[in-house]
Ligand binder design. Sequence first.
Ligand code: F3S
Length: 394
Amino acid sequence: MHLTKQEEAMLDGEMGEVAQKSLRLLVRLGEIYGADRMIPVGSVQVAGVSYKSIGDPGLDFLEDFAAKGAKVKVLTYLNPAGMDMENWKEIGFPEEFAKNQIRIMEAFRKMGIVVTATCTPYLAGNLPRFRENIAWSESSAVSFSNSVIGARTNREGGPSALAAALCGVTPNYGLHLDENRKPDMVIEVDANMEFNSDYGALGYHVGKLVKNKIPYFKGLNNPNTDQLKALGAAMAASGAVALYHAEGLTPEARDFDVSGLEKVQVGKEELKATFDKLNTGETPDIVILGCPHASLREISALADKVAGKTLKKPIWICTSRVMKEAADRMGFTGIIEKAGGRVVADTCMVVSPIEDMGFKTTGVNSGKAANYLPGFCNQKVIFHNVDELVKRCL
Ligand code: F3S
């Protein structure tokens, strides 16, 4: 693997222990995957932020790195944390958990990382360019940036993303290369796709089918970006899809002739079977929307649905701090809170400790959340469209 003189010096420890360790990790990764060189990255998104996911070992590691002077070289954002960093007490996050989460965020802040914690960085000030090389971690953000934007990232682990942020480079392999971005299979969709949850169900089904391959969709009828993020998130969760193409919709789709590829049809029967499979609960203790983190359009739609109503069961909508501030200004947060719901920032239903907050059955409209909630949070799941979920809370 070719290294520049500066990278050689970094590897020899001339730029300190943190840079040396970080580049060593990237070089090893590059060697494993046959990278020819390092390439600069335009931005990074680091996972492994919630105290629930990384615990004390992760916290100690981050504080140690920060104390040794670790500083990022490029725009770096964080994945959701384990709690709302401003309203955690009011919402009821445990105090001990909060103390540790605050220490984690402080370690990241010392490294120069933007401590806005979201899986939709592209909606919150970290928007990559078409064909820009980046190093992002969170699987739905990876899918959206590769597929909908046409940026280039592998699905980084927390440590490799942090190392890329500290060195400003990533090994040149995988989805950074043209030849690895070709579709493997055509998915012909013939179903009425009305709600974001329909895209979540489609994504869950296709992810199971294609695993880590690259699907090429035909027949998607004018989805908006919220629906594309729901589709990609679910495919990345049930399979390991980091890139998809959609005819007429995603920027690289027109580059490929897919006439010789295997074709699979997906219709309403498959979607219904997916909804049936993912539904394991009856009555929700809580409904949590915003997986991936909600856009302003999704928050505004929820505000419309609950305006003037009184919720018997709480509804949270998870989002980035940036979107929440816009929702506050527009009065959407006030409307949702008046009904008995909450706009929760910086965290989500999967990485926060909802199982310790008395919730046993959670309603979601996300295929990704429905996939993870039973295992990660010990929850029974109600997977439905947002209208039905709101109805069940009244
Ligand atoms: Fe984001 Fe959490 Fe879903 S990180 S994609 S809201 S599981």
